[in-house]
Ligand binder design. Structure first.
Ligand code: GLN
Length: 542
């Protein structure tokens, strides 16, 4: 193999047109050609990680195996290239500056003046190279967050420029742009993209490819226009119209021969493609007619102008993966738990769903409404999957209603309450007292042993698992025997039996709560066993 190759993916015109999926899809088509590809995300925020960003603004916090709190795009990468992505593949402005400042304090720059340029881009390049080496990749794809023309990502573009200068044959730039079709003109406009390319040019960069995101496919005329005005080959304007499923995008790129063109520019051989299973799944998913309806009950819904699909993307995708495997088309509906606080009778509406999920969350808002919902599904045999907070709240509900532990609650909800059946983890308490909040939760993959014969153990089909976590509170063992006596099954614990990781009910069609986030490990062709078991239970109910 020759030098490692680098592909920078940059957004133009506007955000939210699918840079993450484009980057993931480029990785997929190159991987399908037999090359080892990895994908990195650069988040231009000052935040050191995504853990301290507001999920209603920034979207889901995706947790890696090694416990990094990253951008949701890392989840896309994992789902597309079907590989775990580690912390080395994620950086923020905060992380880069912190490192450079620390090095300066350690006198690692030999007493030189440490400057924004070149030292910040040099640190960025270092990180890109390290990620390539660590993953033993032939090709490293680097998605730069934000849009061209913003002040925030300039230093990352500069890193790309410096890398290209050093290795002209080994670096490519992809612009993911948006081509509007204004209703009053009715035709696709290339001008905003032309401007985006000019801006890119002024940063010293020339795109090799332009991914043309639009409502429709681009035609010959516009392809040629882009070629002339943006200085690219007409076939390097990659048509990328809206599609139903993001998993179609790699197939679209292949049709446009993006893989061949990239390999050609890198002077790499175009080996035979292997995308058959992927293609079959995409086709199957489009054909499926039989529906299941799942309600997601939570509190983050309906706040301002953020999209739900961003805050819960891994849960949504995990439901799709499992449903498709079972030949089902899932329909997910978002239920605001505060509605049940205002009008408790409304909780009955949950009866019309085939299953209910309570996803992860934090804080006190809407919680009593969620607990009402859990009581209803528990008493009415509706399949229930509780994720992290969803497990803790199911424990609280059971403690109150079945074990008759008066006012049972969690420290998070009422730190002075008498019966905290969910309480703060001892090491977490110390961190909170020191206001040491960032990146300090119980994070990443932890082993869990399953109790034989439980629903959870049967779903997994094994007795040792490893799942990804992100929490500060846990099941309070002081109440363990009391809850068990009342009928709550502890189906999984940490190997030392100390931390309760899974609870379930024996005589319920499906009632499982997990202290972890199984959705982070679900892949389109390899659905997560718990989601699969849940979907099967939903189908049965239907
Ligand atoms: N707020 C809960 C905790 O910190 C649950 C976290 C979650 O759902 N990810 O333990």
């Amino acid at each position: 193999m020759t030098n490692t190759k680098y592909i920078f993916v940059i957004g133009g015109v506007m955000s939210s047109v699918g840079k993450g999926v484009a980057s993931a899809s480029i990785g997929k088509i190159l991987q399908a050609r037999g090359y080892e590809a990895t994908i990195m995300k650069i988040d231009p925020y000052i935040n050191v990680d995504a853990g301290t960003m507001n999920p209603t603004e920034h979207g889901e916090v995706f947790v890696t195996e090694d416990g990094d709190e990253t951008d949701q795009d890392i989840g896309n990468y994992e789902r597309f290239i079907e590989k775990n992505i580690l912390s080395t593949n994620y950086m923020t402005t905060g992380r880069v500056y912190r490192e450079v400042i620390q090095r300066e304090r350690n006198l690692e720059y030999d007493g030189k003046c440490v400057e924004v340029v070149p030292h910040i881009p040099m640190e960025v390049i270092d990180r890109i190279k390290t990620a390539g080496k660590k993953t033993k990749s032939d090709i490293v794809i680097i998605e730069i967050g934000g849009t061209i023309g913003e002040y925030q990502n300039v230093l990352f573009l500069e890193a790309g420029r410096m890398l290209k200068l050093k290795y002209p044959q080994d670096v490519l730039f992809v612009l993911v742009s948006y081509l509007p079709i204004p209703a009053m003109v009715g035709e696709m406009k290339t001008k905003p993209t032309q401007h985006a390319v000019r801006t890119l040019n002024s940063a010293g960069l020339q795109p090799d490819f332009i991914i043309c995101r639009s409502e429709r496919a681009i035609d010959k005329k516009r392809r040629e226009k882009l070629a002339v005005f943006c200085g690219i080959n007409p076939k390097s304007a990659i048509s990328c119209p809206d599609v139903d499923s993001v998993y179609e995008v790699p197939l679209m790129f292949k049709k446009e021969k993006l893989d061949e063109q990239i390999l050609d520019k890198f002077d790499l051989k175009a080996r035979k493609t292997d995308l058959k299973k992927w293609k079959n799944l995409v086709q199957k998913s489009k054909r499926l007619k039989k529906k299941i309806r799942i309600a997601v009950v939570g509190k983050y819904f309906g706040t301002g102008d953020f999209t739900l699909s961003d805050s819960y993307i891994s849960v949504i995708e995990a439901v799709k993966h499992a449903s498709w495997q079972q030949g089902l088309q899932p329909e997910m509906e978002w239920v605001d738990s505060e509605d049940y606080e205002k009008d408790p009778k409304r909780v009955k509406e949950l009866g019309q769903y085939d299953g209910v999920i309570v996803p992860g969350g934090f804080g006190t808002r809407g919680i009593e409404g969620i607990i009402k919902a859990i009581k209803y599904v528990r008493e009415n045999n509706i399949p229930y999957l509780g994720l992290c907070y969803g497990m803790q709240l199911a424990t609280i509900e059971f403690a109150r209603s079945v074990a008759k532990i008066k006012n049972a609650t969690s420290t998070e909800l009422d730190p002075n309450a008498q019966n905290q059946v969910i309480h703060i983890m001892p090491d977490q308490e110390k961190k909170l007292l020191k206001q040491d909040y960032g990146g300090t939760m119980r994070l990443g993959a932890w082993p869990c042993k399953l109790r034989r014969g439980t629903h959870a153990q049967k779903a997994y089909g094994k007795s040792e698992i490893s799942e990804r976590h992100r929490h500060r509170y846990e099941f309070n063992n002081a109440y363990r025997s009391r809850l068990e006596k009342a009928g709550l099954k502890i189906a999984g614990t940490s190997p030392d039996n100390h931390i309760v990781e899974i609870i379930e009910l024996e005589d319920h069609p499906f009632f499982i709560g997990v202290q972890f986030h199984p959705e982070f490990k679900s892949r389109p062709l390899d659905p997560h066993p718990l989601y699969l078991a849940f979907v099967k239970a939903c189908m049965k109910k239907k």
